[in-house]
Design a protein around this ligand. Structure first.
Ligand code: ADP
Ligand code: ADP
Length: 238
């Protein structure tokens, strides 16, 4: 079930340095929202606060509120690890476990969640690889290492791994910037399909990509050298 994200009065710090200031925004479910802006304006930082990955960095701190439907992600009784199960992340560089099999790459999160039955895992692995438009390419080589795939296939494998645990939100940090143009288009098509099931936020510095895949675009900028990034405008793209 996709969920709505509501961010209020968010400031994000690295130690004493305020990287992002005063963000208020709503990210609608079954939509793709693009974060766009110059390098250093805080797009990745912003993304990492949406699944509490930011605070893994020593000294990192968040002020303000992030709601997932009616749940306050930063409430003191919320476990950050549980948040990261509900809000999945795909990174800029495809990062499958390179020596682990394709099958186990997809099954890894489910196994961490305690799923053991082979039949259940088989079904989930096939469904996730289908969902990531990778099944037909890998169904005869599921025991081959994840690192044996092409860059574009590896990124789709990472997406399959992310969706296998059935998150409600998918965060993608420049998911195409390490890929060739053909693989990029395949990932963009996939993102457009996945939005039927998930709330998707994608960081990109490519305006054309934002226009192609997103329903809404959040424009960030730098207030000045050494100053925090700010959300300056939120547009509906289509
Ligand atoms: P991008 O602009 O694509 O996010 P960067 O090259 O800015 O990539 O950052 C790469 C990594 O280095 C990120 O994980 C980011 O958090 C980290 N990083 C960026 N700036 C700093 C900094 N001033 N101090 C420590 N780590 C940083
Ligand atoms: P963007 O993704 O828009 O390129 P980032 O979120 O990576 O921007 O960075 C925003 C600001 O925070 C930059 O000034 C960057 O140097 C700083 N920053 C990013 N990661 C770290 C980090 N791990 N430690 C300290 N400063 C960081």
């Amino acid at each position: 079930m996709a969920k709505r994200i509501e961010v209020s009065d968010l400031d994000i710090y690295y130690g004493a340095f305020k990287a992002v200031e005063g963000v208020n925004m709503t990210v609608e479910p079954r939509n793709v929202t693009a974060f766009i802006g110059p390098s250093g304006c805080g797009k990745s930082t912003m993304l990492r606060t949406l699944n509490r990955m930011h605070e893994v960095i020593p000294g990192a701190r968040v002020d303000g509120k992030v709601m997932l439907d009616d749940q306050d992600l930063y409430s003191s009784d919320v476990d950050p690890v549980a948040v990261r199960r509900v809000v999945g992340m795909v990174f800029q560089r495809p990062n499958p476990f390179p020596t682990m099999s394709i099958y186990d790459n997809v099954a890894s999160g489910l196994k961490l969640n305690g799923v053991r039955q082979r039949g259940v895992l088989d079904t989930a692995v096939e469904r996730s690889l289908q969902g990531a438009n990778l099944w037909n390419e890998v169904k005869d080589r599921l025991n081959k290492p994840g690192g044996s795939l092409s860059g574009g296939q590896q990124q789709r494998l990472c997406i399959a791994r992310a969706i296998a645990v059935e998150p409600q939100v998918l965060l993608m940090d420049e998911p195409c910037s390490a890929l060739d143009p053909i693989s990029t288009l395949a990932i963009e098509d996939l993102i457009s399909e996945l939005k039927e099931q998930f709330t998707i936020v994608i960081v990109t510095h490519n305006m054309q990509q934002a226009a192609r895949v997103s329903d809404a675009t959040a424009f960030f900028n730098l207030a000045g050298q050494g100053k925090p990034g700010k959300l300056i405008e939120m547009d509906s793209t289509q």
